[in-house]
Write a protein that binds this ligand. Sequence first.
Ligand code: ADP
Length: 452
Amino acid sequence: MIARLIYFLFLNLLGFLLGFFIPHGLGAWQGACLGIFIVSMSLFLIDTWRSLIFLGWVRSNDLLNPRDQSGILGESADRLRRLFRQKNLELTASEENLRQFLSAIQASPNGVVLLDTEWHIVWSNRTASQHLGIDPEKDAYQLIGYLLRNPVFSAYVRSGLYEYEIVIEGRENRSDHPQKIAVQVFPYGDGRKLLLSRDITALEQAEVMRRDFVANVSHEIRTPLTVLMGFVETMQNLKLSDIEIQDFLNLMSQQALRMQTLVQDLLTLSHLDGSPLPSETEWHDFDSLWQSCYEEANGLMHVLNQRDGSSHILQFDLPEELQAHQISGSLDEIKSAFTNLVSNALRYTPSGGAITVSCSQKMEYFEFSVKDTGFGISPEHLPRLTERFYRIDRSRSRDTGGTGLGLAIVKHVIQRHGGHLRIESKLNFGSCFTLEFPNSRFRRKSTQFHSQ
Ligand code: ADP
């Protein structure tokens, strides 16, 4: 600033001296004044011209590239440029933060809608559009009430009671595909609102299944209990002969056995639900598993045949090439799945029928199947057979000691071992239930010695 003042005074002095000493038609003092005037005017015009260039640069929005200028304006331009660059960097950083923040909200499994004080949509994420049908672009600044035309939601908005969530039907709700969405509003700031939505369809379905399960279990237990109570009351109130008492006790024992089987199956299911997946590195001798399955099946056949006076042909085929193998997983679970399949085959095959148990190794899996020549199953029942308590013929299942949980256990076991249950059946011709284990769970015995 001082340098500029000195520069200004120096030029004026020069103008003064030139006007004073250089001969011209005017007097010396008039010449000096003219010299000062010309110098001042020139400086004024130069400054005006440079200021105009500066203004043009400021207006150009190209503040990062200053025009070549010196002096006060040059320094101002430089400072302005640096300030602008710094603000630009700050803006880019905060834009990046905002972008990251919005993409985090986009990734949320919950729907998020930001609403202004008048319930206009300010911003919404993709999940909100899936849940509530809001288009994040087209519906911006629309009233949410116009888009969500749901009486429950309208009443909720009017009530002003946002401590609780409400449940409404989702955008994709159909009679064959229900979709339930939980919605809650959270007021914030100066009257703005945050609306969160959550898909609770699976939760609701699980709750319905849980209720059905409890109802089924209660029903299954109540039936034998009622029969038992009936016998107890009869024995208490009537004078019975020894033979009658023996008969009653036999019937009571059957009912108690039925309850015991049901409780055992329920415990097996709860164990399967709650325990870690079977090991993939614990190998068991397949020959001995096969042998114990054979003994178990034989024992079961004798018990059932004796009880019902029936007779079956039981055949066990273990191909020679599959001997000296090992299987990995839980022995107890595999045996329980196997026993359930053999028990079903025996119970749903009339006397004289044949049950064949076999195994073979395919390219993709190792299979273990139980085939019978029994009643068979018509196709419409096949998809539901593994549901808990699903039975085609309730009385036949009960009469033969079934609980309706056997195939649910089998499916659970094979899924826990990474495989799946295949069911083939033809009404009146018999059925074949196959457990497909992944090949990684089956190996030759010698492999173990090489690998260890
Ligand atoms: P349950 O204890 O009633 O046998 P499961 O879950 O084991 O229950 O089987 C479900 C239903 O599938 C049975 O009630 C029966 O109707 C049918 N089922 C199972 N195995 C066979 C089979 N081998 N042959 C014919 N029907 C079968």
